[in-house]
Design a protein around this ligand. Structure first.
Ligand code: CU
Length: 193
């Protein structure tokens, strides 16, 4: 196309600004509803540590969250490799920490800690993680996994922190939009020469 033919057309820069504004509007629309999701409570630390192997059976499970817990809505459930519930005490909440005592010594094997707590905005947050007991001096027979069992990695993948999931999704969409806008702007700048 001849350069002179393009002269009457409004400057391309104006189109670029308009496109940028549209992209910004899309970003704001995506980010605003997800805002409260970032305020959701999440697990900060745990004992036994997530995905760890401990050489002596733990006597308690301690979960520490990012913000204070409501004792009424704090649940911690321990299951063995055969998905049987392990008897524990009731969760004892102190600030952002919750502890359950284990009444019996855990036999060697892989266990899953599942938790459900409530965020400041009232939305529930739940997740789970595995840990393994491998005590070389343990005489108890290890818990055998059920035939259709979940491997530790599959259990880890099941972790459902709703807030984090929404945040990652929004970040992904925002990234795609930004890359698309950048590509269009670069293409327009290149085609102007
Ligand atoms: Cu919420």
């Amino acid at each position: 196309m001849n350069r002179s033919l393009r002269m009457p057309v409004p400057p391309l820069r104006r189109n670029a600004v308009r496109l940028g504004a549209a992209a910004l509007a899309v970003l704001v629309a995506l980010l605003v509803p997800a805002g409260p999701a970032w305020a959701h409570n999440s697990l900060r630390a745990a004992t036994p540590v997530q995905q760890s192997t401990v050489t002596s059976a733990p006597t308690e499970i301690v979960l520490e969250f990012m913000s204070r817990l409501d004792p009424t809505f704090t649940t911690i459930v321990l299951t063995d490799a055969a998905k049987r519930k392990v008897v524990t005490g009731e969760p004892v909440v102190a600030g952002a920490k919750s502890t359950v005592q284990l009444t019996d010594t855990l036999p060697n094997g892989t266990y899953t800690v599942a938790y459900r707590v409530v965020s400041a905005d009232g939305h529930p947050v739940q997740g789970s993680y595995p840990f393994t007991v491998a005590d070389p001096t343990s005489s108890a027979a290890p818990v055998v996994e059920a035939a259709v069992s979940t491997t530790p990695s599959a259990v880890a993948a099941v972790q459902t922190d709703e807030g984090r999931g929404a945040g990652v999704l929004v970040a992904g969409v925002a990234l795609v939009v930004l890359v698309a806008v950048a590509a269009v702007l670069l293409w327009r700048r290149a085609s102007r020469r």
